[in-house]
Design a protein around this ligand. Structure first.
Ligand SMILES: *[C@@H]1O[C@H](CO)[C@@H](O)[C@H](O)[C@H]1NC(C)=O
Ligand SMILES: *[C@@H]1O[C@H](CO)[C@@H](O)[C@H](O)[C@H]1NC(C)=O
Ligand SMILES: *[C@@H]1O[C@H](CO)[C@@H](O)[C@H](O)[C@H]1NC(C)=O
Ligand SMILES: *[C@@H]1O[C@H](CO)[C@@H](O)[C@H](O)[C@H]1NC(C)=O
Ligand SMILES: *[C@@H]1O[C@H](CO)[C@@H](O)[C@H](O)[C@H]1NC(C)=O
Length: 824
């Protein structure tokens, strides 16, 4: 028997063992065992059992008349000893007699421990045969949640599944989407890291590298691992390992001079091993997930009461005493020898109250609190069993119950601890999941502190599950903001994330949105098309209404064209004035005065009709613009045609025997003008009644503009109208061309030929120009053609005549010249 056996009803057997656990030389063990490390925390864990049991036994409200007891056994981190301790507890005797319980007067309620998952698995397999509850305070393997295999296993620490989830949430919460993973090659590391990887990958984050710490290598494969860390761009490395296996890695990191933000799993997040001063520069700022801490009122005072003379845990206490007070117990026969360098003798009157060390520190109780919870859970289930309300006879007897009877109550146990925390086991035997997020701070004295900066509480309402106070975190890199660990910088609004071929999804390229599309969010995977009347701004972050385009009067082009047309329209008017003033001159008379006047008036309207094309295309504008243009030009060109034909008639009539004399009457020309215009008029009316033009918004021609334009209704009709004008002009041209050599004193045919030639060439060149022009330039092109052709007619038809009329004016100067000419 390793430790004291008090008189028991409750048989709690803390099998203190595990990688971070206390060892001291056990007595009377069957096989030799060399325990070479001592973990002072475990003395605290042992004392907390004493504390709780004493508290319960001293409280008349809890299990009155029942005294609880416990037996502690040190297994020295050896599986065989864990097994031996458990079987001893079951036998109730210091010899193992399988399947027999020798301590018949004392019921064994449960076993607390061991701390190593593998050992817990083995013990669970054995203890399920007897249905003895096994409550581990530190075994975190997810395998143990399998209730078909381990029906009598419970634990007061959350399964690693939740730890990995918590770590993944931590990474995602801090926006780290590009992280490295390191894990020891044991079940703990491999399962843990796999779950972290699943968690972060399913959330869209990526793993930069994943390496194993090989426990079989003396250097733990550190040179390779650190090289990988150095090459990678990931600034954050999650490490699933225990402190011992981490030391070679840290040493290599110092050698290669790299620092990374380390994320610690619970096995080393509060380890004192790794916080040795040499590593402090590389470890400060480490963030870890740790078992949640609690406070146990009165524990500090209780811890001070231990004394080397106590029988329970005597050897451990003596070692602790020697270490703490740097003294040596001389009276012992080389029993400890741990602190052989000490010269001082331990007196036993040293005072623990003023000592500050791992044992006396009760500010952040984690594993100790887990042990505390386990003892309370057993006590509460015993109480529930005692208070059984079933009919007489079917309730178990508290003095003599079967293990499976207590198991039933332990499964259903639910109570609150003094600090308000609720304790129960879910259907897998797991407790409510609560973790602390700790951050490693360096105190001015150079000690490392594990400061709680957040928590991960799965029982909390949604949204509160993960809380972290980033402003309380000290970063390894010394930054004030949360450092960034991403493969590619996030894409600003206006860009979308395009995957890079053959690389993880977190490595992407920011590609500007295609034309007409936007994103107003960072890190968008797609761009959104703007509505039909919207267009992106230059940053492609919002859609703006498209600007509207039409040829307006304010537009410089519009202003020039409109003023040109107004000024130009005055020219025919001026010529008309001259004609009226000199209508008695032979040249005016010979030119069919009234037809000329009609031509001039219509020419003036030709210029003015271009104004209908400028300005916002209202429905009326659209309806009238082409028709007005067609009509005015039809009148104009038919006047010229009439003139041409009249010239031919006039010449023919002078021939002897001609009966064409009557055709030279001016009325004939009016009729001709009327008929020609009437045809155009009919064409126009037909056009308007069948397919009238209407205004429309054109978004196809220019994607970033809305062009307000007139839809001609029927392009055929437009080209027919224009074609008709062309036909009239061509007839004039041909007739005038044939008549150009006619001997006539004021032969107009020559000028008509020129004017029609100019007119036709303007409109022929208009065809390709109008087809290729876009938006307001189509309209401007037509106005230009109108102005140009009108000017061609004005100049060709009237310039020469005006010159003659004006130069023949009977001014004194002109008269003198004329006289001079005649004299010659
Ligand atoms: C405790 O034991 C005493 C005497 O043995 C008895 O009188 C008392 O009723 C018991 N109390 C309970 C709660 O069983
Ligand atoms: C370690 O690296 C830091 C920058 O990363 C540099 O400033 C420092 O000088 C390096 N130290 C040694 C010893 O190489
Ligand atoms: C105690 O151990 C020391 C060195 O390990 C040895 O020299 C000494 O003889 C031992 N004393 C006894 C009483 O065994
Ligand atoms: C977060 O930490 C900072 C610095 O320690 C502290 O001032 C602040 O009160 C904390 N915020 C919360 C919500 O706890
Ligand atoms: C982004 O655009 C959507 C849809 O247009 C809108 O609902 C949202 O408020 C915008 N967000 C921002 C930040 O502008």
């Amino acid at each position: 028997r390793a430790l004291d056996l008090e008189h028991v009803k409750l048989f709690i057997n803390p099998v203190l063992s595990g990688s971070s656990h206390i060892h001291f030389k056990p007595l009377n063990i069957l096989f030799s065992c060399f325990c070479y490390r001592i973990y002072i925390q475990n003395l605290q864990q042992l004392q907390v059992i004493r504390f709780v049991v004493a508290e319960i036994n001293g409280n008349p409200d809890i299990l009155p008349n029942v005294t609880l007891g416990f037996q502690a056994y040190d297994s020295c981190d050896v599986l065989q000893l864990d097994l031996k301790g458990a079987l001893q507890a079951v036998t109730g005797y210091d010899r193992i007699i399988p399947n027999y319980r020798c301590a018949g007067d004392v019921s064994l309620s449960s076993i607390i421990g061991p701390s190593i998952s593998t050992h817990s698995i083995l013990l669970s397999h054995i203890l399920r045969l007897f249905s003895y509850p096994l409550i581990s305070h530190y075994a975190t393997s997810p395998l143990l949640s399998n209730k078909r295999e381990f029906p009598s296993f419970f634990r007061t620490v959350p399964s690693d599944i939740f730890q990995s989830k918590g770590l993944a949430d931590l990474l995602l919460h801090l926006g780290w989407t590009w992280v490295g993973l390191l894990a020891v090659d044991t079940d703990y590391g491999q399962q843990g890291i796999q779950l972290v990887q699943q968690g972060i990958v399913s959330a869209g984050a990526c793993v930069a590298f994943s390496e194993n710490i090989l426990t079989s290598h003396p250097d733990r494969n550190a040179p390779h691992i650190v090289k990988v860390m150095k090459v990678s761009t990931a600034k954050v490395v999650v490490i699933f390992a225990n402190g011992i296996d981490l030391i070679p890695i840290l040493e290599e990191m110092i050698k290669q001079n790299i620092t990374r933000i380390l994320i610690a799993s619970d096995a080393w997040s509060i380890s004192t091993m790794a916080s040795l001063k040499t590593f402090s520069a590389h470890l400060v700022g480490t963030i870890g997930i740790a078992l949640n801490s609690g406070t146990i009122p009165g524990l500090r005072e209780f811890l001070n009461t231990i004394h080397p003379s106590m029988t329970l845990g005597r050897y451990l206490i003596r070692i602790f005493w020697e270490l703490t007070f740097s003294c040596k117990f001389i009276d012992d026969k080389n029993q400890t020898g741990y602190f052989s360098n000490a010269v001082k003798e331990c007196t036993g009157s040293e005072n623990l109250a003023s000592v500050q060390n791992v044992y006396t520190d009760v500010s952040n109780l984690r594993t100790t609190y887990s042990v505390y919870t386990a003892v309370h859970a057993v006590t509460k289930s015993l109480e529930d069993m005692k208070n059984c309300k079933y009919p007489q006879g079917s309730c178990p007897d508290i003095w003599n119950f079967k293990p499976w009877q207590l198991l039933y109550y332990l499964k259903k146990v639910r109570f609150k601890l003094k600090d308000g925390r609720e304790v129960y086991f879910d259907k897998n035997g797991d407790p409510p999941t609560v973790y602390d997020i700790v951050n490693w701070h360096l105190s001015p004295s150079g000690d490392m502190h594990h400061v709680k900066v957040g928590s991960y509480d799965m029982a909390a309402p949604p949204g509160k599950v993960f809380t972290i106070n980033t402003s309380a975190i000290i970063w390894t890199t010394g930054e004030r903001q949360v450092p960034i660990s991403v493969c590619s910088q996030s894409c600003p609004p206006g860009f979308w994330k395009a995957a890079r071929k053959g690389e993880p999804v977190c490595c992407f390229q920011c590609v500007p949105c295609p034309q007409g599309e936007i994103t107003n969010q960072t890190d968008s995977f797609t761009c959104i098309k703007c509505l039909w009347d919207m267009w992106p701004n230059s940053e492609k972050t919002t859609c703006q209404p498209k600007p509207v385009e039409y040829l307006s009067y304010e537009d410089p082009l519009g202003t020039i064209l409109s003023s040109t047309s107004v000024i130009s329209s005055l020219v025919p008017v001026a010529i008309l004035k001259i004609f009226i003033k000199f209508k008695t001159t032979p040249i005016v008379k010979a030119n069919n005065y009234s037809l000329s006047c009609l031509l001039l008036v219509s020419l003036s309207f030709c210029f003015l009709c271009s104004l209908v094309f400028i300005g916002y295309p209202q429905p009326v504008n659209c309806l009238l613009r082409q028709v007005t243009f067609g009509m005015v030009f039809a009148i104009c060109v038919s006047c010229i045609l009439a003139k041409t034909i009249m010239v031919v008639f006039a010449f023919m009539a002078t021939k002897p025997g001609s009966n064409l004399k009557k055709w030279t009457n001016p009325h004939v020309s009016y009729v001709m003008v009327f008929i020609c215009s009437l045809l155009q008029f009919i064409l126009c009316i037909t056009w308007l009644s069948i397919a009238s033009p209407y205004p429309e918004q054109n978004i196809e021609t220019q994607p970033r503009l809305i062009i307000i334009q007139c839809n001609e209704g029927s392009p055929t009709a437009f080209w027919c109208m224009l074609g008709y004008l062309g036909l009239l002009a061509s007839i004039s041209f041909v007739v005038a061309f044939l008549a150009r050599r006619l001997p006539d004193s004021f032969n107009e045919a020559k000028f008509i030929t020129f004017s029609m030639l100019a007119f036709l060439s303007v409109w022929v060149s208009f065809i390709p120009a109008s087809v290729s022009a876009q938006g307001k330039y189509t309209v401007a092109m037509e106005i230009f053609a109108i102005l140009a052709s009108s000017w061609a007619l004005v100049v060709c038809m009237f310039a020469n005549k005006c010159f003659i009329i004006l130069s023949a004016r009977p001014t004194p100067l002109a008269t003198a010249e004329l006289t001079a000419k005649h004299r010659r």
